[in-house]
Ligand binder design. Structure first.
Ligand SMILES: [Zn+2]
Length: 174
């Protein structure tokens, strides 16, 4: 009995080790074949050169801008979803629509800002100075406006047209 006990214990341990090894090898093989399969049988839909890829930008002013691009050829839907802030609203072999939302206003507006003490400046919304230097700077007596309005002007107020800026300044001065 004693002899048998000492004989069987190592055998069981060895058998367990062998079984574990076989299990490990099996797991590795399954993982490898799965990897190979997903590589070879790539039936995931990809953007081709013929796909109409439309990139839409939604601005905070409510306006939208869009353009088509070929820069995403070869991309899958999952790859596009990795792009920050990108929302896919359509993904087919013919058409892909990517949407980006931004807190910014589109370029079809004007930004009125306090440039210096008693001086207002008008910029296009992307803060590039306007080509026409005549409307760039406006002398404006800031002491007549409320502190709240002063802070708003310091941040910059967005207007849809130069006419609106004119009437705003007129209303502030009276
Ligand atoms: Zn706009």
């Amino acid at each position: 009995m004693k002899y048998r006990f000492f004989y069987t214990k190592p055998v069981i341990i060895i058998l367990c080790c062998v079984a574990m090894s076989i299990l490990c090898i099996c797991v590795v093989l399954v993982v490898l074949t799965h990897k190979n399969n997903s590589k070879t049988t790539d039936d995931v839909l990809r953007i081709t050169a013929d796909t109409n890829v439309c990139v839409v930008t939604k601005y905070s002013c409510g306006h939208m801008a869009q353009y088509t691009t070929s820069e995403y050829t070869g991309y899958t839907e999952d790859m596009l979803r990795q792009i920050a802030n990108c929302k896919i609203t359509c993904f087919s072999i013919d058409k892909v629509t990517m949407e980006f939302s931004t807190e910014k206003c589109c370029e079809n507006h004007f930004l009125l800002m306090l440039a210096a003490e008693n001086t207002l400046a008008i910029f296009s919304t992307d803060k590039k100075p306007l080509a026409d230097a005549q409307i760039m700077e406006i002398v404006f007596e800031t002491s007549v406006i409320s502190e709240n309005e002063y802070m708003r002007l310091k941040q910059g107020i967005i207007f849809d047209s130069l006419e609106e800026i004119n009437s705003y300044i007129e209303s502030m001065e009276t």
